[in-house]
Ligand binder design. Structure first.
Ligand SMILES: O=C(O)CCC(=O)C(=O)O
Ligand SMILES: [Fe+2]
Length: 358
C-alpha cells in the first residue's frame, strides 16, 4: 500500500499547508474560509431527509441466517449498512477509539511532528479531498498505511509500541471482516469464489491491502455553515467505519436526500466503494457520504479503507454482464483508479464507464 499510494500522489501533490491547521478549540467564531454555501458544493444544501420518512440505513445482524440477502439488498439500495454481531471484540473498538482520541488531543505542535508530506500519504493533516473544494473542512485526520511505528514514535515517545499493537490487531480483524462481507454480498448475486478467482478465500487475504483513516471533527461554533468532510465516495472495495457515539455521518439517496446514520454502540458502518460498484457491474451503489459537525460534542471516526493489491485488475464479474451488452466499466487496477480519482474526483467512475454505441 505505501509504495502504491505514494506513487499515485507524487503526481498529485497537495498544496495545503498542514501547519496552517488552526487550533480548533481556540476559535469562538467560524472563519469565512470555513463557511460553506451551495456554491462551494452543489449538494451542500440538498434537502435533509424528513425525519418522518423513518427511512434509515439497515442494521444487519451478521448471525442472522438471511444476512447475505440483507447485505445484498442494502448494497443495492443504499450502498451502506450497519452491522451487529460482527465478531470484532468490543474492547478492541474501545481501544482504537481511545487511541484516536489521544492522538487528536495532543498539542498541535506534537501532531505536526508527524505531518503528512505534500506528496505523502501517511501522517497527520487535512483530508486529501480538500484540494477539490474552495472552502476548508472542520476536521483533522491521520492516515496510516503500512506500519505506523515511525509516526507513532514521534507522537508518543513512551507509549508508541502499545498503540502500534492496537493498530495491528485492529487491521487484522478488519481484514477478515471485510472479506467476509464481500463474499456475503456477492453470494446474494449468485457470485461464488470460482467467479472471482483473484480473490480466493484460501490465500490468507494476501490479495488485499488497506489503509486506516482516523478522523476528528471538533466541536464547531456554527455547525450549520460548516462541513466536517465534504461529499465523496470511497475509492475502495469496501470501507468499514467505526464512529464514536456522536452523529455526523450522512449518506445520500437520490429519493431521500441526506440521511443521518445514527450511531449504534458496538456496531460498525459499512460503505460500498467505487471498486465494488465496478466489480458488481453497477449493481451495488458506491455511496455518496459526508460528515457534518455539531456544537456540543467532538466526533471521532476510524475508516478502514480496503481494496485489492496493485497488480489486480478489477472488472465487472462476467456472470453479472448481459451476454448482449458491454460491461458497464473498463477494467482498472486500484492504482489506476486512484490516479483517475486524484484528477477527476467525483467524476472518476464516469471516466472509466463504457459508453454504449447508440
Ligand atoms: O467520519 C465519517 O463519518 C466519514 C469518514 C469518511 O468518509 C472517510 O474517512 O472516508
Ligand atoms: Fe469516506
Amino acid at each position: 500500500m505505501p509504495a502504491m499510494l505514494t506513487d499515485v500522489f507524487r503526481g498529485h501533490p497537495i498544496h495545503l499547508p498542514h501547519s496552517h491547521q488552526p487550533d480548533f478549540t481556540s476559535l469562538r467564531e467560524l472563519p469565512d474560509s470555513y463557511k460553506w454555501t451551495p456554491k462551494d458544493d452543489l449538494l451542500f444544501a440538498a434537502a435533509p431527509s424528513p425525519p418522518t420518512t423513518g427511512e434509515n440505513i439497515p442494521l444487519i445482524d451478521l448471525d442472522h441466517p438471511d444476512a447475505a440477502n440483507q447485505i445484498g439488498h442494502a448494497c443495492r439500495t443504499w450502498g451502506a449498512f450497519q452491522i451487529a454481531n460482527h465478531g470484532v471484540p468490543l474492547g478492541l473498538l474501545q481501544d482504537i477509539e481511545f487511541l484516536t482520541g489521544s492522538l487528536f488531543r495532543l498539542p498541535v505542535q506534537r501532531k505536526l511532528k508527524a505531518a503528512r508530506s505534500e506528496t505523502g500519504v501517511s501522517g497527520y493533516g487535512v483530508a486529501r479531498i480538500a484540494s477539490f473544494f474552495n472552502k476548508k473542512m472542520w476536521s483533522e485526520g491521520f492516515t496510516i498505511t503500512g506500519s505506523p511505528l515511525n509516526d507513532f514514535r514521534k507522537l508518543w515517545p513512551q507509549l508508541h509500541l502499545n498503540y502500534c499493537d492496537i493498530v495491528e490487531e485492529y487491521e487484522e480483524q478488519m481484514k477478515k471482516l471485510a472479506s467476509k462481507l464481500m463474499w456475503l454480498a456477492l453470494k446474494s448475486l449468485g457470485v461464488s469464489e470460482e467467479d472471482v478467482e483473484w480473490a480466493s478465500l484460501n490465500s490468507d487475504l494476501n490479495w488485499a491491502q488497506a489503509a486506516l483513516q482516523l478522523n476528528h471533527y471538533p466541536v464547531c461554533p456554527e455547525p450549520d455553515r460548516a462541513m466536517g468532510l465534504a461529499a465523496h465516495t470511497d475509492s475502495t472495495l469496501l470501507t468499514i467505519l467505526c464512529q464514536n457515539n456522536t452523529a455526523g455521518l450522512q449518506v445520500f439517496r437520490d429519493d431521500l436526500g441526506w440521511v443521518t446514520v445514527p450511531p449504534v454502540p458496538g456496531s460498525l458502518v459499512v460503505n460500498v466503494g467505487d471498486l465494488f460498484h465496478i466489480l458488481s457491474n453497477g449493481l451495488f451503489k458506491s455511496v455518496l457520504h459526508r460528515a457534518r459537525v455539531n456544537q456540543t460534542r467532538a466526533r471521532l471516526s476510524v475508516a478502514f479503507l480496503w481494496g485489492p493489491q496493485s497488480d489486480i485488475k478489477i472488472s465487472p464479474v462476467p456472470k453479472l454482464v448481459s451476454p448482449v451488452e458491454l460491461p458497464l466499466y473498463r477494467s482498472v487496477t486500484w492504482t489506476e483508479y486512484l490516479r483517475t480519482k486524484a484528477t477527476h474526483f467525483n467524476k472518476a467512475l464516469s471516466m472509466i464507464r463504457n459508453h454504449r454505441e447508440e
